[in-house]
Design a protein around this ligand. Sequence first.
Ligand SMILES: *Cc1c(COP(=O)(O)O)cnc(C)c1O
Length: 427
Amino acid sequence: MCETKNSHTLSDYQTGLEFAKQQDQKDILAPYRHRFHIPRDQSGNELVYLCGNSLGLQPKSTKEYINQELEDWANLGVEGHHEAMHPWLPYHEFLTENMAKVVGAKPIEVVVMNTLTANLHFMMVSFYKPTTTRYKILIEADAFPSDKYAVESQLRHHGFDDKNGLILWKPREELYHYEDLEAIMAQQGDAIALILIGNTNYYTGQFFDMKRITQLGHSYGCKVGFDCAHGAGNVQLNLHDSGTDFAVWCTYKYLNSGPGNLAGAFVHERHAFDKNINRFTGWWSHNKQTRFNMRQEFDVLPGAEGWQLSNPPILAMAAIRASLDIYAEVGMESLTAKSKKLTGYFEFLLKQLGDDAIRIITPENPDERGCQLSIQVKNTDKTLFDKLTASGVIADWREPDVIRCAPVPLYNSFEDVYKMVEKLAHL
Ligand SMILES: *Cc1c(COP(=O)(O)O)cnc(C)c1O
């Protein structure tokens, strides 16, 4: 593309490769790139991987963490529940504190369990309590399909019509405006039982003010939940302060835990000791002290742990532990600080191309986005994206005309970003 602007070679100061390399030299997080496996092409050259919003890269330490559990299992058998280096019985607890830090929650509010859409359903079992007059669910119009299918099925499950019961918060062009949400609430707030929003929109990368949405929802008597799949590990979430009733997120995107790995769930502290909340339960939601007496009356655990069902898959959790240990070392504060610089640089270079066919649909305000930029490329089709892939850039394509790119501060460099824009300019 960019036929008209091929004269732009990005060779000026701040737009050249040298500048990008200097930024990498100054970057205190640059060494972390070497703690990840960076995918390579067939000749062995590192690819420009900008797809951490879809599947995060593998920490080099992951193998050791999983191998430890394999060895403990081989050597100890069932005794590993107590005797493994990291005993399996309380294994999920080894994840809690670090995960709570990532999402800005108290440990009692967080648990790793199940997968994302499953957790969404379990949270709705507890927090979607429709009545004949208040039964609707509000989501953003372009919600991630799994979330939309999940809420539609919840409506049907409770005997409601999944068209009539679903209220869509529509964007103007691509972005969502709070005034539009407020207008919906003023009209229909009393009929809405639950507001469920993807806190960082998967398509545009727009990051919502969760506190504002929660306060609005609560003021009308609604329950509020967020799907933080594109927020966890990407932006500062402050889930506790947001006041949201619940949240869910996956760990295989920004949290680098491996394909299809377990998900997180957050239940606000104010619900932690409420034994009357209806929920689906299993032996892992039961009191740890008496769990193995086996014939006890059910006695629910306080906090988010009280939503667990099963004893969890340790091999999968080992990979999450490997990733969270890196997050604990780095901290969300320095990650988001680099993220703002890296994505700001990306945006600057794209604008520098001066190409009318390129439009960034992600919000310009750094506080209303994470690292992802969604780039609309007009007057073209997927062949452009295929050429970009062939040139060694891994991003992702969303119909009809959007390329999503996520320069991830943990392992992406300023040089990655430079190379991506340079290649785009010469397609
Ligand atoms: C990635 C993603 C999912 C995927 O759900 P799984 O249950 O993990 O397959 C769901 N919702 C959102 C918002 C996502 O970004």
